[in-house]
Design a protein around this ligand. Structure first.
Ligand code: HEM
Length: 162
């Protein structure tokens, strides 16, 4: 859309966006923050998902979830601002990059999947906290979560090539 293109072009001309493109260190530093953040985010989510799928059944799911999901949420405070800053360096190109659009769609789906997990099967976690198989719906959500986050990482990496 013409209006959107104008807004993206205006963003590309802001001093911050120019600094992100032209500074020697700013872009790589922000990218490192982005990577450190999503390493914690995806790492903690996937380890939780593996527990739900049946690995390490002696570990209580609720306590593990309490610990890991707290860090997953905290890491979003690094990932999101850093991602927006990276985006601001090349907004026009990225908005037209299919990998970027797919990445945003997959992030939204991963978020919705996590929400559905908490609102549905996780409510009954007391019944399968230790030494029990998680219900099929919980296991499906965990498997889907791993696939979606792998998709987000793949799209993120592909941004540089498309
Ligand atoms: C939420 C979880 C996210 C994950 C797992 C993720 C993953 C990645 C990965 C794997 C890369 C490639 C890093 C590299 O090649 O060195 C990347 C880069 C990038 N991400 Fe994200 N990202 C996330 C969120 C976001 C968000 C919310 C935005 C923006 C709205 C964003 C924008 C970008 C941009 C612009 C790049 C730079 C690509 C480049 O320099 O080639 N990311 N991300």
């Amino acid at each position: 859309m013409a209006g959107d293109a104008g807004m993206l072009q205006a963003l590309a001309e802001t001093p911050l966006s120019v600094a992100m493109r032209e500074g020697a260190w700013l872009y790589p530093i922000v990218e490192i923050v982005h990577i450190a953040g999503f390493a914690v985010l995806v790492g903690s989510v996937v380890l939780f998902d593996l527990r739900v799928l049946g690995w390490a059944r002696t570990l209580p799911v609720a306590a593990l979830g309490n610990h890991l999901l707290r860090w997953a949420l905290a890491s979003v405070l690094l990932v999101l601002p850093a991602g927006l800053l990276l985006f601001s360096a090349h907004p026009v190109e990225l908005a037209n990059n299919p990998a970027f659009i797919l990445k945003l769609v997959l992030i939204a789906l991963a978020g919705l999947n996590a929400l559905a997990f908490h609102m549905l099967p996780y409510r009954s976690v007391a019944g399968w906290d230790r030494d029990h198989a998680a219900p099929p719906l919980a296991r499906c959500g965990a498997a889907l979560s791993i696939l979606l986050w792998l998709g987000v990482i793949s799209c993120g990496r592909l941004l540089a090539y498309l």
